[in-house]
Design a protein around this ligand. Structure first.
Ligand code: G6Q
Length: 543
C-alpha cells in the first residue's frame, strides 16, 4: 500500500465515519424527521439560485460534521486552490485542469506555462461570437450562395455529449428555423440518419475533435466531405461548409479545412469538461452568443461558489461528500439522477461521462491500488417517465440507490395543470422513498394479510432535491458546474486523477488490430483468444 492509500482509510475522520456508520445505519428517516421538526428547513442550502434539500439523507449533524472533517483532512481546499491556480493537477498527463478559465470573466488572468490563458480564451470567444452571428444572420453563405440552415456537429465523447445535451436542454432558446444534428457513432446509421434529408448547399459541418485523430470522428468527417462534394462538386466548397474545433491545427489543415475557420482550445481543457470551450460552437449558433455568455456566467457563479463557500454551505462539496457517504460506507453502487424537466433528457447521459470517466479509477495519484471504492455508477431518465418503469426497484428492491431529483419552479411551456402535476410527482417520489408506508398503515387500509408485505414500503431511501427557478442558459451552466465540482470533490478525497482516461485506450488499440484483420480478410494466423478468433472468422465468412 502506498502512503496515499494509507492516508485516506487511516484518516481519523474516515475511521470515525466507519464507526459512526455502524451506529446510525439503522436509523430511519421517519425518526430523524420526527425528532427534529425543523430538519427539512435546516438541512438545506440556498445559494446562487439553487435550493438543495439534503434533509432526506441518512445522516445526522454528526455525520455532516465528520464528512466536513474528512474533506479537511483530505486537503480538499488545497486541491481546489491548485486547480484554480492552473497547477498541473492532471498528473498522469502532466496538464493543468482549467475548464474554470473558460468561464472566467474578462479582466482576470490565469497563468499556465508562463502564458496568460485568459486572453486566449477571450479571443476564441470573440471569434466564435463573430462566426455564429454570421451564420445565424445568414451572412455566412454556403458555396452556392445559400445561407446555412443546417448545422451538423461531428464529434464523439467529450466532443459530442456536451453539445448534444446543451442543444436539447436549451431547445427553448434555439433558433427554430435552423436544424441541428449530431453525428458521433462509427455506425454508418448515425451518419445516414443525420444527413438523409439535408441539402448540402445549406449545411455546415463542424468537425469537433481535440486531437483531430479520433477514428470515429475522422471517419465521419471524411464521409461528410464526400457527401458534400457529391452535390457541391468543387473542392472550394469545403471552406464554406466545414469548420473545425481542435487543438491540432496541423491535422485540421491536412484535412482541408482552412485554419482561419478553426476554433481553438487547449490541452488544459479535458474532453468531458469542454462544452463551454469552442466545442460549444454548435450551442452558440443554436442559442446565440448572448445566451452562450449567460451560460458561461452560470458556470462561473458556481465556480466562485465552489472556490469560496465554506464547506458546510458549499453545494458541490456537500453533494460530493454525501456521494462518498453512500459509496464508501453504505456500499451503494449507483446514484440515480432524475430530472423532472423534459429538456434535460440527455443530462443523465452527459453526467455518465462526466462522473464515470472522471472517477472510474482504481489507482491513486501515487500509482498504488486503492483499498476503497471509487466512482459510483450514475444513471437516470427524466421524470415522470421513470416512475412507470425502474422506480419500482428504487422503492422496493434490495439495493440502496441514492437519488438526485432535479426540478424547476417555473415551466418553460406552461400548459394546463401539467407543471403542478409534474412538481407534485417529484415531491411525492422523494417523500415516498424517504418515509415509505408501514405494514400497519397498509393493514389499516384493509389490505389482506398475505398482500401486506408486497404493499409495504420500508422507506429510508435517501435523496437530494435540487430546486431551481427556471431552466435557462445560466441555470444550466450552474447545474453542470455543480456536478463538475462534485466529481472534483470526490476525486480529491479518493486521491485519484479525475482528469485522465487511460481506460479507453486498450479497446482502441485492439480495434485497430482487428480493423486491419477485417479489411485484409486475414482469417488465418489470428492471434487473439479463441473466442475473438472465432467471432472474427464467423463475421468474415458471413458478412
Ligand atoms: C473525454 C475523453 C473523450 C474524448 C473523445 C473525443 O474526456 O477524452 O470522450 O472527448 O474521445 O476525443 P477528440 O475530441 O480528441 O476527438
Amino acid at each position: 500500500m502506498t502512503s496515499i492509500e494509507t492516508q485516506l482509510t487511516e484518516l481519523p475522520a474516515w475511521k470515525a465515519l466507519g464507526a459512526h456508520y455502524k451506529k446510525i445505519n439503522d436509523l430511519h428517516l421517519r425518526k430523524l424527521f420526527a425528532d427534529d421538526p425543523k430538519r427539512g428547513e435546516r438541512m438545506t442550502v440556498d445559494a446562487i439560485g439553487i435550493y438543495l434539500d439534503y434533509s432526506k439523507h441518512r445522516i445526522t449533524d454528526e455525520t455532516v460534521g465528520l464528512l466536513m472533517q474528512l474533506a479537511k483532512e483530505a486537503g480538499l481546499q488545497a486541491r481546489i486552490d491548485a486547480m484554480f491556480r492552473g497547477e498541473k493537477i492532471n498528473v498522469t498527463e502532466n496538464r493543468a485542469v482549467l475548464h474554470v478559465a473558460l468561464r472566467t470573466p474578462k479582466g482576470q488572468s490565469i497563468i499556465v506555462d508562463g502564458q496568460d490563458v485568459m486572453s486566449q480564451v477571450q479571443s476564441v470567444l470573440d471569434k466564435m461570437t463573430d462566426f455564429s452571428t454570421r451564420v445565424r444572420s445568414g451572412e455566412w453563405k454556403g458555396y452556392t450562395g445559400k445561407p446555412i440552415r443546417n448545422v451538423v456537429n461531428i464529434g464523439i465523447g467529450g466532443s459530442d455529449l456536451g453539445p448534444v445535451m446543451a442543444y436539447e436542454a436549451l431547445r427553448h432558446y434555439c433558433k427554430r428555423d435552423m436544424t441541428f444534428r449530431f453525428i458521433s457513432n462509427i455506425d454508418g446509421t448515425d451518419f445516414a440518419e443525420a444527413t438523409y434529408d439535408l441539402d448540402s448547399a445549406e449545411t455546415l459541418f463542424i468537425i469537433s475533435s481535440k486531437t483531430f485523430t479520433t477514428l470515429e470522428t475522422m471517419t465521419n468527417a471524411h464521409a461528410a466531405r464526400e457527401w458534400a462534394l457529391k452535390s457541391l462538386k468543387h473542392p472550394d466548397a469545403i471552406a464554406r461548409h466545414f469548420v473545425a474545433v481542435s487543438t491540432n491545427a496541423e491535422a485540421v489543415a491536412k484535412f482541408g479545412i482552412d485554419t482561419a475557420n478553426m476554433f481553438e482550445f487547449w490541452d488544459w481543457v479535458g474532453g468531458r469538461y469542454s462544452m463551454d470551450s469552442a466545442i460549444g460552437i454548435s450551442t452558440m449558433i443554436a442559442i446565440g452568443p448572448d445566451n452562450f455568455r449567460a451560460m458561461l456566467n452560470g458556470f462561473h457563479q458556481m465556480d466562485e461558489h465552489f472556490r469560496t463557500a465554506p464547506f458546510e454551505r458549499n453545494l458541490p462539496v456537500l453533494m460530493g461528500l454525501l456521494g462518498i457517504w453512500y459509496n464508501n460506507f453504505f456500499d451503494a453502487q449507483t446514484i440515480a439522477v432524475l430530472p423532472y424537466e423534459q429538456y434535460l433528457k440527455r443530462f443523465p447521459a452527459y453526467l455518465q461521462q462526466l462522473t464515470m470517466e472522471s472517477n472510474g479509477k482504481h489507482v491513486t495519484l501515487a500509482g498504488g491500488k486503492v483499498n476503497y471504492q471509487t466512482g459510483p455508477i450514475y444513471w437516470g431518465e427524466p421524470g415522470t417517465n421513470g416512475q412507470h418503469s425502474f422506480y419500482q426497484l428504487i422503492h422496493q428492491g434490495t439495493k440502496l440507490i441514492p437519488c438526485d431529483f432535479i426540478a424547476f419552479i417555473k415551466p418553460l411551456n406552461p400548459l394546463g395543470r401539467h407543471h403542478d402535476l409534474l412538481l407534485a410527482n417529484v415531491l411525492a417520489q422523494a417523500e415516498a422513498l424517504a418515509f415509505g408506508k408501514t405494514s400497519e398503515e397498509v393493514r389499516n387500509e384493509g389490505t389482506p394479510e398475505w398482500l401486506t408485505p408486497h404493499r409495504t414500503f420500508v422507506g429510508n431511501r435517501p435523496s437530494s432535491t435540487i430546486l431551481m427557478d427556471e431552466l435557462t442558459p445560466e441555470t444550466l451552466g450552474k447545474l453542470i458546474a455543480l456536478y463538475e465540482h462534485c466529481v472534483f470533490t470526490q476525486g480529491a478525497i479518493w486521491g485519484i486523477d479525475s482528469f485522465d482516461q487511460w481506460g479507453v485506450e486498450l479497446g482502441k488499440a485492439l480495434a485497430m488490430r482487428i480493423i486491419a484483420e477485417l479489411e485484409q480478410e486475414i482469417d488465418h494466423h489470428l492471434k487473439h483468444d479463441s473466442s475473438t478468433n472465432t467471432l472474427i472468422k464467423r463475421y468474415l465468412r458471413e458478412r
